[in-house]
Design a protein around this ligand. Structure first.
Ligand code: ZN
Ligand code: ZN
Length: 266
């Protein structure tokens, strides 16, 4: 079973799952590794702003790792919201502990959440997506991260505003390829996130088309992330995600250990 590289615990403001319950869920699903990637939200408008306590998370996960030693490898990570906007805060966090994996995410563009219908207030779909891709390019280029998480998260706003369960990226091929090329050139990974499926927002993403572009731009590393906030969500819809990754021509899935990519043939 492919490792889940994107999960949350009670150290995230929007989860009350214990670290052990998440790691045991991975074990039950036959995973030999799981990454816990709690939210670090640095935009003051975010519900999780000020919630994350790095020492507490580290100590709890280190205990969990020791208890499960030999059965499932527990990787300690973070999901940093807009790390390119808060480089000093991120750098201070990363120097405090030796994390295994850092996810770079966009949740906010200034005062606008990229997950709600309001994102498209006063903007048409085209304008909104172009703006989103500009921000994503900035994160891809400047952020300190290992994995560009849910690179198509704008689908959440698109779904809530227009009701679409998928997005055809063809009109945005050039700006999307620029993002993917940057990720590839920096040796970073792209995440296939399966949480859309559970939210009734369509298939895991990004689409096979985008994954293929990533491969053509030199991308080598793909991670799978359920974005689980509860134990029963760990590894959800990984079969579908794996089929997509293979259809795009990738023959391995990556897991990060000590912030170094390790490929698992699939
Ligand atoms: Zn996220
Ligand atoms: Zn997440």
């Amino acid at each position: 079973m492919i490792p889940d590289s994107h999960t949350h615990t009670c150290f995230s403001f929007d989860s009350d799952a214990s670290p052990e319950s998440m790691c045991r869920a991975a074990l039950v699903r036959g995973m030999s590794e799981i990454a816990i990637t709690d939210h670090v939200d640095l935009n003051p408008l975010d519900g999780g702003y000020g919630y994350f306590q790095s020492d507490e998370q580290w100590e709890a996960l280190a205990r969990c790792r020791a208890r499960l030693d030999g059965r499932v490898r527990v990787h300690i990570g973070l999901e940093c919201g807009e790390p390119h906007r808060f480089p000093q805060e991120v750098s201070a966090l990363l120097s405090a502990h030796s994390y295994d994996v850092i996810l770079g995410s966009i949740h906010w563009m200034g005062n606008h959440s990229v997950e709600t219908a309001e994102f498209f207030e006063g903007r048409d779909i085209h304008e909104g997506i172009i703006l989103y891709l500009e921000e994503l390019a900035c994160l891809a280029r400047e952020g300190d991260y290992d994995v560009l998480a849910h690179p198509d998260i704008i689908r959440r706003a698109v779904f809530r505003r227009f009701g679409w369960t998928d997005l055809d990226w063809t009109p945005y091929e050039a700006p999307m390829r620029r993002v993917l090329r940057t990720v590839a050139e920096r040796g970073k990974a792209l995440e296939v996130n399966t949480s859309y499926r559970r939210r009734g927002m369509g298939p895991p993403g990004p689409s096979v088309q985008v994954l293929r572009w990533f491969r053509e731009e030199g991308g080598q590393f793909i991670t799978l992330g359920s974005d689980a906030h509860r134990p029963e969500e760990v590894g959800a819809d990984f079969g579908e995600a794996l089929t997509m990754v293979r259809a795009a021509g990738f023959e391995s899935i990556t897991v990060f250990r000590h912030r170094m990519p390790h490929r698992i043939p699939v």
